[in-house]
Design a protein around this ligand. Structure first.
Ligand code: HEM
Length: 139
């Protein structure tokens, strides 16, 4: 029987398979995420969004690895610090908007998206989100 990691990886592949499709996925994600709150939009006002899309593409992979290994590599530690109160100061509640925007994007791009698949996205991404949120106030 397929587990949630399997459901998630298959969905991610269907949604972001080709390189152009991955770019479209990330473009749509940032569209929804920036629309989700003026607070989010404010954080991104000086950010190069093309570079940002590349970084997020990579970090989705990293969030998946973290979900299975439960070991934070150097890059994830740096990413968390970047979002912490000592740098960009991303408030922990904004991660809900991040996740909901990502799931809304997956729903649009993955033609086989359903409730089981949605739960898989939530379950797989939860540990990485918990890590990032905790690190907001902890060194
Ligand atoms: C688990 C969720 C998230 C992941 C995996 C993630 C990932 C990343 C990565 C990999 C970077 C690039 C860091 C670097 O340049 O070294 C980044 C930058 C950034 N992220 Fe996130 N992020 C997440 C959630 C959020 C949320 C909720 C916000 C809220 C607005 C946010 C706002 C930003 C901003 C403003 C930057 C800075 C870009 C810059 O300084 O050039 N992120 N994020």
């Amino acid at each position: 029987m397929k587990n949630y990691l399997g459901f998630f990886l298959d969905s991610l592949y269907r949604a972001t398979g080709g390189e152009t499709q991955q770019h479209d996925f990330l473009t749509r994600f940032y569209e929804l995420f920036l629309e989700s709150s003026p607070d989010v939009a404010l954080h991104f006002r000086d950010v190069d969004m093309e570079r940002q899309k590349q970084m997020l593409g990579r970090s989705l992979q990293e969030m998946t690895d973290f979900s299975t290994s439960r070991a934070a590599n150097e890059h994830l530690r740096r990413t968390a610090f970047r979002h912490s109160r000592w740098d960009r100061d991303i408030s922990p509640e904004l991660y809900d908007l991040w996740l909901e925007s990502l799931i809304a994007t997956a729903r649009e791009f993955d033609l086989e998206f359903n409730e089981e698949v949605e739960l898989a996205w939530r379950v797989v991404l939860a540990p990485g989100i918990a890590y990032m949120q905790f690190k907001h106030d902890h060194r």
